[in-house]
Design a protein around this ligand. Sequence first.
Ligand code: ADP
Length: 298
Amino acid sequence: MLTITNLSKTYPNGVRALRGVSLTIERGLFGLLGPNGAGKSTLMRTLATLQAPDAGQITFDGLDVVAEPERHRRQLGYLPQDFGVYPGISAQLLLDHLAVLKGLTDRKARREQVDTLLEQTNLWAHRKKAVSGFSGGMRQRFGIAQALLGAPRLIIVDEPTAGLDPEERNRFHNLLSEVAENVVVILSTHIVEDVRQLCPRMAILAGGEVLRSGAPATLVAELDGRVWRKTVDKAAVDGYRRRFRVISTQLFEGRTRLHVLHDGLPEAGFAPVEPGLEDVYFSILQTHAAAAEVRHAA
Ligand code: ADP
């Protein structure tokens, strides 16, 4: 189990990237959902011991991660947002090389693990090809293969599906959920759909703060009967925004489809909709933004 307590980080330029983040994360896939700039990568890098927090604690199965980064790294797999690869080196060789860096010194055992991972990530047929020439999806699968070297018990995956086509994304999702059966996997993303499809537990992060955490289904159920839809002309949208809590707008056949949060029918012409995780996400972000505006004005 991973326990994060009151984690804070302010960068030298004054940006407060984490403001007292506390989370408890158990085995399986955990989705960390937030817009750009929320602090997700800062949190991921801190959990990967690539940077230190200003304050707060992290423990993983009892180990003090901040105090003992070396020991923590041995049980950690990390897939960063962009990882560089050496041009021209085959997948098999590169993975073997990374395995050496990870401390797998026994040649035979290392070879076995490299080959198993190439098979598990569906890259066996491409093992002789240069990773630098891989498609986005193959690269991400290679990224997971390298993150799994040394059988880590905590795996951190930062924004993995950006730029993948639907089929590649699907494959990547399947691979992640397979991996997560036995270990803690934290998936950071700004894509609601990724979390909805994969994660039994999640947290929403914005402005360096955890706004909500829990099971997606529980958060969605809280909005039952409170989300309403209406399709209006684009010119009318601002008026609706002033009068109602518009949580999202989407173009629909050239007009705008609004989702509004309201206890009871907002007005004639609205129809009830079954809430989804997007409604949860956008309404929570909006409440947070509105509160920040009030604080700012005061
Ligand atoms: P996310 O991954 O959710 O997009 P980040 O953790 O990358 O969020 O960034 C959180 C905030 O911290 C942003 O405002 C970003 O500009 C700032 N930030 C991130 N890294 C640095 C850094 N090394 N120096 C200064 N500011 C940074």
